[in-house]
Design a protein around this ligand. Structure first.
Ligand code: ZN
Length: 140
């Protein structure tokens, strides 16, 4: 399904990283437009990682707080992910004892998208807030 034999044979493994962020409470989240500052941050991350975040018609939410969420504005947690495919290039770097930064930079040349990209997508889908992503990942 969309994965060629070549992809499968050249991939010796994957590394999945996850961080938990708080999920907005659906009962009290308050819809609003993104501020220009927030749009700038999202677009900056988009251009840094070569992702076209479509902000047209998208809203965000403020965490307000109600009885359901004990006044926090958030309810439960969700994972944000990044998936690193260990291809031949990455494998060679690992074998040669490259640092995690070198491995990451190599991965970014390919299809690897860092966690913050998944985080922003979850903000654009109204699941969490930019503020929450920033607290967990420090994106500013
Ligand atoms: Zn609530």
């Amino acid at each position: 399904m969309g994965v060629s034999n070549y992809d499968i044979s050249s991939t010796v493994g994957t590394s999945v990283s996850q961080r938990l962020v708080r999920r907005l409470c659906k009962k009290c989240a308050k819809k609003r437009e993104f501020t220009q500052e927030e749009k700038d941050i999202i677009n900056r991350i988009g251009s840094k990682y070569n992702v076209d975040f479509d902000l047209d018609g998208k809203y965000t939410y403020d965490a307000v707080g109600c009885k359901e969420c004990n006044g926090s504005g958030y309810f439960e947690r969700i994972g944000i992910f990044e998936i690193l495919s260990i291809d031949d290039n990455i494998k060679e770097l690992i074998v040669n004892g490259a640092s995690s930064i070198e491995i990451r930079n190599e991965a970014l040349k390919g299809r690897f998208k860092p966690m913050v990209v998944d985080g922003i997508n979850k903000v654009l889908n109204g699941i969490t807030t930019l503020d929450e992503i920033d607290k967990k990942l420090i994106i500013y």
